[in-house]
Design a protein around this ligand. Structure first.
Ligand code: CO8
Length: 288
């Protein structure tokens, strides 16, 4: 693929390669191209989680498709920044796919290897900007936090409500939320399941900026275009260095978190919490 390929060819090529059913990859024609010549393709790719009826819940297949799409963009020299968003107006992503998780055990999660998608996403070298409208909960909040910047709509809500369905964050929430907003506030959110409004998230340093809901995607694309106009090697190096600063012991923390999350799938309260969600009733905790 060359820098002069027409945008439609680029979209088709990426789609054919990914065969994405749950994730869309586009090069928006309207993406600002502040430093790109008029003849050049947009240097910003837009990746959309596309399960609006399930509030873009993160099934394992969706996460695998997402990781593959991001890796392909990361390997494309024409792509300089990626915006990640959710389809529809209600959610960035309302978490892991609860019915899919409900049938798991700690053994199946450990052996299944389906969490490797999270490591692949964390290894992307291009800058990732989350454009968040509506719910970013559980795995959805973790995915937004795995991005490098978050542009939040005024109607966005961020939270780790896993405790309400009998488990705990398992894809970085205990580590990245704590680093973003501090121990005391992370404890409150994770131990009670309370969500943050967009303005609270902004005040606590979780998000880069808050914008009117209908302006969210444009604001994220504009920010991405600004980053995309910078020297690409320096951008990648700076991103890696900033993450290094925040991740001195993150690897150990994430490994411990995953082990603890998997272990909760041997508890009655996990089965009860997820069954109660599907049956649309309040859970009854046994403590086992
Ligand atoms: N998984 C699957 N389906 C979901 C999910 C989800 N997480 N969230 C919503 N949906 C579905 C609903 O079941 C519903 O489907 P249907 O119309 O067929 O009944 C549809 O989306 C719309 O949802 P609601 O009717 O519930 O909409 P409301 O406006 O009433 O409520 C809420 C919206 C508050 C977001 C509510 O849907 C909710 O509480 N969702 C669950 C939020 C949650 O608990 N998230 C955490 C999940 S656990 C997790 O993320 C662990 C992460 C571990 C790592 C990731 C591994 C992949």
């Amino acid at each position: 693929m060359t820098d002069t390929a027409p945008p439609n060819d680029r979209v088709r090529q990426t789609r054919d390669a990914v065969q994405a059913a749950l994730v869309r990859v586009d090069y928006p024609a309207t993406a600002p191209r502040s430093a790109a010549p008029a003849t050049s393709v947009p240097a910003v790719a837009l990746v959309t989680l596309d399960r609006p009826k399930a509030l873009n819940a993160l099934s394992f297949d969706l996460l695998d498709e997402l990781a593959t799409a991001l890796e392909q963009l990361d390997a494309d020299p024409a792509c300089r920044a990626i915006v990640l968003t959710g389809s529809g107006e209600r959610a960035f992503a309302a978490g892991a796919d609860i019915p899919e998780l409900a049938s798991q055990t700690s053994a199946s999660l450990t052996a299944g290897g389906r969490f490797r998608a999270w490591d692949r996403i964390a290894a992307i070298g291009l800058p990732l900007i989350a454009a968040v409208r509506g719910f970013a909960l559980g795995g959805g909040c973790e995915l937004a936090m795995a991005c490098d910047m978050i542009v939040a709509a005024e109607d966005a809500t961020f939270g780790q409500p896993e405790i309400l369905i009998g488990v705990m964050p398992g894809a970085g929430g205990t580590q990245r939320l704590t680093r973003a907003i501090g121990k005391a506030r992370a404890m409150e959110l994770i131990l009670t399941g309370r969500s943050l409004t967009a303005r609270e998230a902004e005040a606590r340093g979780l998000v880069t900026r808050v914008v009117p809901a209908e302006a969210t995607l444009d604001a994220a694309l504009e920010l991405a275009a600004s980053v995309a106009s910078m020297p690409p090697r320096a951008v990648r190096a700076a991103k890696a260095a900033i993450l290094d600063a925040a991740e001195q012991s993150l690897r150990d923390g994430l490994a411990r978190e995953r082990e603890a999350f998997f272990a909760l799938f041997d508890t009655d309260d996990q089965a009860e919490g997820m069954a109660a969600f599907s049956q649309k009733r309040p859970p009854v905790w046994s403590g086992h």
